[in-house]
Design a protein around this ligand. Structure first.
Ligand SMILES: [Zn+2]
Length: 209
């Protein structure tokens, strides 16, 4: 299962742009739609895209869909929203396209920490949501260790917690059992939960001023 939690790419300006952009709260009030969710407790819940920041409308749709249909996905977002992490999610190649998704660009401005999640588009929406959840788990792993503020420190963290050759210091392709488990759980939850509710919510979201 390919995954590179830490890629030593050059520092991009995008992280700093986000830092200056401030907190833009995108609220989606499902309760206002009269949506009959399989989970009544979620009606009226706000999907906060403050610390988890989709880079475009397509990723935003997937994140909102995942948040609605998967309790595991929601739990990841909840934990990140209680951290000092800002996680930007975008489409893009990892490892020159040989890897389907990754976390990279671990940075800090001294107050907040920034990481970038990149995912490959060449799969189904539900697989993409599960892949995003997998990478959010890595963001959570980084978020739980306040000492990790650079990609090198993130790699040092994965030397301790990763499976296989990364944990043995022989590879920078790092993977954790927790991320694999999260991905499997989200896949299961999505398979049990239809998409129609998410489609309604998405349409509503687009109409918001
Ligand atoms: Zn992984």
């Amino acid at each position: 299962m390919p995954c590179v939690p830490v890629v030593a790419t050059e520092r991009s300006a995008a992280g700093r742009d986000l830092a200056m952009g401030g907190a833009i709260v995108l609220a989606l009030l499902l309760g206002a739609l009269g949506v009959s969710s399989h989970d009544a407790a979620r009606q009226g819940e706000v999907v906060r895209l403050v610390r988890v920041k989709p880079a475009d409308a397509e990723i935003r749709r997937l994140v909102i869909d995942g948040h609605q249909r998967s309790g595991t996905f929601r739990a990841l977002m909840d934990e990140l929203h209680q951290s000092n992490m800002i996680v930007t999610i975008q489409f893009g190649p990892c490892g020159n396209g040989r890897i389907r998704s990754c976390v990279s660009d671990v940075q800090t401005d001294g107050r907040q920490r920034f990481v970038r999640v990149k995912v490959d588009t060449r799969t189904t929406d539900d697989r993409l949501i599960a892949t995003i959840a997998h990478e959010l788990q890595h963001a959570v792993e980084i978020g739980r260790d306040p000492e990790v503020t650079t990609s090198d420190q993130a790699l040092a963290l994965y030397r301790k917690i990763a499976l296989g050759s990364c944990g043995q210091g022989m590879s920078e392709k790092c993977e954790t059992q927790a991320a694999l488990d999260v991905e499997a759980r989200v896949n299961d939850e999505l398979a049990r939960t239809p998409r129609i509710v998410a489609a309604i919510a998405e349409g509503r979201d687009e109409q918001r001023p």
